[in-house]
Write a protein that binds this ligand. Sequence first.
Ligand code: IFM
Length: 396
Amino acid sequence: MQKKFPDGFYWGAATASYQVEGGIENNDWAKSALEGYVPTCGLACDHFNRYEEDFDLAKELGHNAHRFSIEWARIEPEEGKFDQEAIEHYRRVLMALRDRGITPFVTIWHWTLPIWFVEKGGWVSKDAEGHFLRYVSLLTNEYEDLVKFWVVYNEPETPVRHGYVIGDRPPHHKLRIFTALKVIKKIAKVYKKTYQVIKNIDPEAQVGFSESLVYFEPYENTLVNRLAVKIIKWWRNNPEYDVYASNCDFIGLQYYFHTRVRINLFKSKWGIQFNDNERVSDFGWEIFPEGIYHILLSLKKYKKPIYITENGLADADDKYRSDFIREHLIWCHKAFEDGVDLRGYLHWSLMDNYEWTRGFEMRFGLIKVDYETLERKIRPSAYVYKEICETNVVVE
Ligand code: IFM
């Protein structure tokens, strides 16, 4: 059965500066890599120099939208000093998309921070808001003519959980639960102001955010499991979610995870248990397309347009990617039929890239990258997705 998406639907893929560009040495992740805490990113995909070739491939694959992020450390390598060459670089990137008829979704903060900002205390410092808003004003003024969709943050809860509780990402603090909650709140407050700053400069701009939402279920439908779901979900799906969703022109949804929660107090193996995964990606993440439908329905109450700003899997052999895309889109379409104002789907990712603490091991790309030669090779699943992009139809 053919499932048709609405006219004007945005189809494409996403990337992020640090994960693909290469040559960024002045942000907190590069510093962490030098100190041996996280893998080195180095040249990555050299997308900084090869963006035109990569956008040619995106166009060949039928994409009409593309999400990417601007690297703050490139634009403002020193506090208050903007780099004109970097500003012009991103203008050329935006123009390259425009020339190919591809609409940009521009992420302002995708996890990496300039070293000077971190040395001043990062998000917890009292000047954080002023610094961020100055950067945002510059971007909006510079690119107002080329950017309609601004994604202020990428998954703002993740770097805080990993940076202040788990400790495996910058700034590498462990178990600072209260600081983490404070930072989550602070970032949300800055977001609200950012929204206003962008709208004051460009009232036509569409301003939103992206958060990764997990579809949680109780393992068995018991009171204790339901309670556990509530608590875990409250933090993992961002305690400040309402602030974001009530102050935006669109919601960016990233969907990767389904988790069933079981509190098992009386058996020998007690504690919190999660899914029994069956079909999994190379990362071990369960493939559960139906979850995207439930999450989309849960967002209906905000009455905002929704774009899937990320959804994808690590699959080096491209074994599951075609079905993964098709099945998620069938559930997306069902959500659309059930009244969700869904307007776009951006797959993660356009090409293989630096997957944070996992380095280059995980392969999320529609396009395979050979990190020795930097040669790009389109994976077969990208052609399956192309057919969907070009026809606006997914076949059940
Ligand atoms: O690679 C990341 C991306 O930076 C943010 N969302 C999840 C992706 C896959 O882990």
